[in-house]
Write a protein that binds this ligand. Structure first.
Ligand SMILES: Nc1ncnc2c1ncn2[C@@H]1O[C@H](COP(=O)(O)OP(=O)(O)OP(=O)(O)O)[C@@H](O)[C@H]1O
Ligand SMILES: [Mg+2]
Length: 485
């Protein structure tokens, strides 16, 4: 339909319009249409002219590049003089390219992304070579980053080198299957388990002690342990009067039985022979009574049904049945770690890993934190490498109040660990993590983009970007997301 006819058809003729008027109206409509079209044509012309002008004023490089020296390339072959040198010299010539590596002695971890080579690690080897001054390590990263998997690979792969592994408290029970697979034991503790731990057990005897030293050591260990259990239930330190009351009750209980058990100590605390002591030990007695007759009964109140065998390749204490009850976790771990300590404190015991997985839960208990700290300080002497696994470095700031002794202990754990393995971190953690570890800007930028199994390894002031590689049997054994996939 032409434009004119369109106008004619849309314009409604007013009623009673004369012929002359109709002609005039149609003529006016035709004129309007023509003017609009002329304007459109003029605008199109103008924009085509502007585009042509813009094209003409832009200079493009020729497709084959600038001619002559400006081409910055030669048609002939590039010839450089041949030069050969030692890697020590090249490290000086290209200082920022790649790390020299830690050598080939140790357990295979995976691939080092800076050099493309295999990454191996063994804290004892690094210590011998003077690269670190303490064999402890911390592993931090968000949930599911692969922290526990790394710890499991590290210790299982090193069992082949004669190392042994202790997990003094495993709140998720995820090391149980691994312990059994490598020929070790996992001891399940808690309500519903038939296993009992007698805090008054003598524990394994070190070969280098004579009878007198051994009895003194057992007596000290029992006193410490019963004291620590009482403190945990009371949630405060013992008073000197309570110390005395416990000591007298304990000595009496030990004298009167071949296998002393906790109920005997409780009876003597609540009804001592010397009535003057009754008041002194009353609170301690009631606190310990909780372990014998109260809600915590059945775990500590009889002879031990499980034995701690330090000769096994791996021993893990599975606390998954009681993980939600912080008092029970703390009490069980206090007993278990006292038990393990006697084996750990044997300098002839060889090189051993002690793994604290989910350490942020364990560090909430002051008594455990003090034990851990003591063990970390002595690690070198006893040949122990401690591994602390948690989510973020600021977990350490949540231990105790600002400026408190416990906060200082938590910070000293980090200070005594020269190997820090950092998995992916939440963005709000980048600043604090970078500041604590002295990361460079590039290292800091890497942290939020690390994938599963990828971590930044800081070994003293050296850095490695490493992907932890696992074989299919490990993936099957170490997997923790079976319920999700
Ligand atoms: N390097 C890796 N390659 C492939 N899969 C991995 C790797 N590391 C871990 N995984 C898998 O990712 C899952 C989670 O790993 P893991 O349990 O070690 O995480 P996590 O950091 O300890 O988590 P959480 O903080 O919850 O304890 C596991 O099922 C494991 O098999
Ligand atoms: Mg884990």
């Amino acid at each position: 339909m032409t434009e004119e006819r369109l106008h004619t058809s849309v314009l409604v003729s007013p009623a009673g319009e004369k012929r002359a008027q109709r002609r005039a109206r149609r003529a006016a409509a035709t004129k309007l249409t023509a003017a609009a079209r002329a304007e459109q044509v003029a605008v199109a012309h103008a924009s085509r002219a502007a585009a042509r002008a813009a094209r003409r004023s832009t200079r493009y490089l020729p497709a084959s590049g600038e001619p002559g020296p400006a081409a910055l390339r030669t048609t002939g072959r590039l010839r450089l003089p041949h030069h050969q040198d030692t890697s020590a010299t090249w490290a000086g010539a290209y200082p920022f390219l790649a790390e020299g590596g830690l050598g080939a002695d140790g357990v295979f971890i995976g691939q080092d992304h800076n050099s493309g080579t295999a990454f191996v690690y063994d804290p004892w080897v690094l210590y011998q070579r003077g690269l670190i001054t303490a064999p402890n390590m911390v592993i931090a990263g968000i949930v599911g980053a692969g922290k526990s998997a790394l710890a499991k690979s590290l210790y299982t792969r090193s069992i082949a080198f004669g190392r042994r592994v202790y997990v003094p408290g495993d709140p998720k029970g995820e090391h149980t299957a691994v312990a059994r697979a490598v020929g070790g034991v996992a001891i399940e503790l808690g309500h519903g388990s038939a296993n009992r731990l007698n805090p008054l057990d003598e524990g394994p005897r070190q070969a280098n002690l004579d009878d007198q030293q051994w009895h003194a050591q057992v007596a000290a260990r029992r006193r410490n342990l019963v004291g620590a259990l009482t403190e945990t239930v009371l949630e405060r330190r013992l008073t000197p009067l309570e110390h005395t009351a416990i000591d007298i009750a304990l000595t009496d209980a030990v004298r009167s039985a071949d296998v002393p058990v906790l109920p005997m100590v409780v009876d003597r605390l609540l009804q001592p022979d010397d009535a003057a002591l009754a008041d002194d030990g009353r609170l301690a007695g009631h606190a310990l009574r909780r372990l014998v007759a109260g809600d915590l009964a059945g775990m500590f109140d009889g002879p031990s049904t499980v034995r701690f065998d330090p000769a096994l390749p791996m021993v893990s204490i599975d606390l998954s049945a009681v993980a939600e009850n912080t008092t029970v976790v703390s009490l069980l771990m206090t007993c278990a770690s006292a038990w393990m300590e006697s084996a750990l404190m044997d300098p002839g015991g060889g090189k051993r890993w002690v793994v604290y997985d989910e350490a942020w839960r364990l560090m909430a208990h002051p008594a455990l934190l003090r034990r851990m700290d003591a063990q970390w300080r002595l690690a070198r002497y006893f040949g122990i490498a401690n591994v602390l696994v948690f989510h973020k470095l600021s977990d350490l700031d949540n231990v105790g109040d600002q400026g408190s002794a416990n906060r200082a202990l938590a910070s000293s754990l980090l200070a005594n660990a020269e190997t820090r393995v950092i998995y992916r971190q939440e963005t709000d953690q980048l600043g604090p993590t970078a500041a604590t570890l002295g990361l460079t800007r590039t290292e800091r930028q890497l942290l939020p983009d690390l994938g599963k199994g990828q971590a930044l390894w800081r070994i003293r002031d050296r850095s490695f970007l490493v992907t932890h590689q696992m074989v299919p049997t490990e993936l099957e054994l170490f997997g923790t997301d079976a319920r999700l996939v």
